[in-house]
Design a protein around this ligand. Sequence first.
Ligand code: ADP
Ligand code: MG
Length: 389
Amino acid sequence: MKLLFIGARLFDDVAPYIKEKGITSILTESNQNSPNLELADSVHIVPRGMEAPLELAINEDVDGVVPLIGIDNPLMQVAHMKEELEKDYQIPVVAPDVAAATISTNKIESKNFFQDNDIKTPAFDIISQGDLSKENNSPNTTTDINSINNIKCPMVLKQAEGQGGKDIKVVLSKSEIDEYFQEFDQALIEKFISGFEISVEVLSWKGDYIPLTAVYKGETTLTGIHPLDKLKSAPAKIEGLDNNLALELAHKITRKLGSDGNTDVDLIFDPEHGELYALEMNTRPSGTRYLTTASTGINPLNEMIDMALGEWKSGNVKKAMKEYAAIEVPVREFKGPRNDSNPKIFSGVNSWIVHGPQKFERVTIRAENSGKISEIAAKLNIDLLKFPH
Ligand SMILES: Nc1ncnc2c1ncn2[C@@H]1O[C@H](COP(=O)(O)OP(=O)(O)O)[C@@H](O)[C@H]1O
Ligand SMILES: [Mg+2]
């Protein structure tokens, strides 16, 4: 079997599985200095965009295409390529189609999608500079100047596109809103939910879906610390929340979205009201994948390869799924021992891996229970109390 992989940056995650399966790998990448180029059977340095990968997939007559793209920007182009390759050439592409990518790559579209499908999401509105000046001049707004269209501060201001907290600000007062609007003409405004962040990766292929585990990503904060900088764990243990509800909600969202591949659904649980809110979804390899792999034994990227090979069934995933305790610590610089021969593979029930770029390294620990996790962390000289969570 021969697969085309798009993007080298995540290729080291899947290289061992590709080898194990005896797959011939063709890799396209636009940056000739990218890491991991040496890991594929053949590499093509191509211009940005999906034209060259599309042509290669056809010319090389590959069995499937696996985009290993961890950012939103290219997803629309990938979706168009998927539709052409699947319809005209019967070559499967493990990625969302145009309809799903349109919704997942745009936070305003995502909010409308939640609303249309009766999925609870924080109250929101879209406002522009003009609406703000109208509010300022209206005689009715004197009662609460720190509120817009019934949404009160604290509120969260976002742009339609962005990830990793980019262009997102939690604001506490009208003056902070004005400040945000010095930079942007329009914003998605959202009620701030005080609670616990959760994300669930859902695997799906051609109408077959399975949610993996509820990853706990810490409390929401008025300073807006992104989960990327927090201590995370799986499966989530949150008082008042049945993880099955989070899994079912993520499953429902992905099914309504009709996405293929890996979808990471972001949720917030409000313990005071016992409500679970949908925040957004990312239809691509997710940053939580190591934690998901640590806890469930299922590696979402390897599963995407099985999808491309036509060998994927949710039932097999369900049978193979484990439930280890797992945590991920944003250590930044890891000084302890590493497993250099297979750096991204957990070597057993009680083990750890180190990943991420230099100075932004993270350690993911898997163990049979949380006591054992603490033991391993102590052995690695990681002070778990030091990290926001
Ligand atoms: N309505 C909200 N209430 C509380 N915190 C929020 C809200 N919306 C966003 N946040 C915070 O901002 C982070 C990023 O928001 P999100 O919509 O997931 O965008 P991104 O694509 O940048 O991850 C969230 O993980 C959370 O910490
Ligand atoms: Mg998010």
